[in-house]
Design a protein around this ligand. Structure first.
Ligand code: COA
Length: 327
């Protein structure tokens, strides 16, 4: 019998129904479609309903991933939810997902590394199943960023959106094999942060009036570091995986900004047609962006059995990480 290794046996995603165009954002800030399209690549994004929460989207994405994996939810023994916009501080969002599945006694953990959250969670899931501690792990990236976006800041509110993506990880016979992962963080509070709501700046009338419970971003600083880290990660992943950049069939980067992605991939030597980008329709959904793009590319046949796939995340922290997969 072939050796078992940690792998992804199903992916799924969910994006909310409500389409928000660039022109729609004019009701909040002084902006225009051309500026947003040319600076970011975004044409439209999706926002969740007022009564639709991060855990609802996580659950919808996970149910699709379970169906694709042909696995009953009862087989899950760990739920990891990467999110920067949890339902509550606690119970964590993974607990809400467990409740939604009607399960009990499953380990539930939220991973809060913003846009790199899904790759962090996938690395953890790999270790959990490889060590034998767990058998079947749900890995979800889910966000309701519209709930933590500053709609008075035109430099950031044009980027963010809502959605969820999920993967089911277990020991497999060479199916969706996770070859290697690496994660890390640089400290840069000024680049990206939600300043208030934690113990450093508890909620008060003043924090609400100053919009400090929403995302504060220095776009330029984030842009430059993101490009550098994407190039470093692509090179490191291929070296550690024992392949060449030219062997990569598919690269799925965090959908931060079309220019960040293409500038980094051009420098790394990855042909643009191998890069999955859906930012024009989906916007930046932080930890959900990679699994949503992953699911779409599996669904429409761009990802084929045997492909080398590189997932690369980068975001708040600043945190970064990658997973190299043989599909
Ligand atoms: C946000 C981002 C698109 C801004 O692009 P930029 O080229 O850096 O733009 P700047 O912030 O320097 O602003 C340039 C000009 O456009 C204006 N501007 C900013 N946002 C605008 C908007 N939505 N509409 C119209 N004009 C806008 C600025 O006021 C500025 O005008 P000025 O020159 O008259 O002062 C870009 O920095 C970016 O994508 N950074 C990465 C952010 C990111 O990915 N964050 C998430 C990481 S996970």
């Amino acid at each position: 019998m072939q050796n078992l290794s940690p792998g992804i046996i199903g992916v799924g995603s969910y994006i909310p129904e409500r389409v928000v165009t660039n022109d729609d954002l004019k009701q909040f800030v002084d902006t225009n479609d051309e500026w947003i399209r040319t600076r970011t690549g975004i044409r439209e994004r999706r926002f969740a309903r007022a009564d639709e929460y991060t855990s609802d989207m996580a659950l919808a994405a996970l149910k699709k991933a379970l169906a694709r994996a042909e696995i009953d939810a009862k087989k899950l023994d760990y739920i990891l939810v990467a999110t920067a916009s949890p339902d509550n501080t606690f119970p964590n969002t993974a607990c809400w997902v467990q409740k939604g599945l009607g399960l009990e006694g499953v380990a539930c953990l939220d991973v809060s590394t913003a846009c790199s959250g899904f790759v962090y969670a996938l690395q953890l899931a790999t270790a959990l199943v490889a060590s034998g501690q767990n058998k079947c792990v749900a890995v979800i990236g889910a966000e309701k960023l519209s709930a933590i976006t500053n709609f008075q800041d035109r430099g950031s509110c044009i980027l963010f959106a809502d959605g969820a993506g999920a993967a089911v990880v277990t020991m497999t016979q060479g199916r969706g094999t996770i070859i290697c992962s690496n994660t890390g963080a640089l400290f840069d509070y000024d680049a990206l942060a939600v300043p208030a709501g934690g113990c450093r700046l508890p909620a008060s009338r003043e924090t609400v009036e100053k919009n400090q419970h929403t995302i504060a971003m220095n776009g330029r600083a984030t842009y430059q570091t993101a490009v550098r880290k994407f190039v470093e990660m692509a090179n490191e992943a291929c070296t550690r995986g024992g392949i060449k950049i030219s062997d990569l069939n598919i690269v799925i980067p965090h959908q931060a900004n079309e220019h960040i992605v293409y500038s980094a991939m051009d420098r790394a030597g990855v042909p643009r047609e191998r890069v999955i980008l859906n930012i024009d329709r989906v916007g930046n959904t932080s930890s959900a962006s990679i699994p949503i793009a992953f699911d779409e590319a599996v669904g429409d046949g761009r990802i084929k059995r045997g492909d080398y796939i590189l997932l690369m995340g980068f975001g708040g922290g600043l945190s970064w990480g990658y997973n190299l997969i043989k599909w």
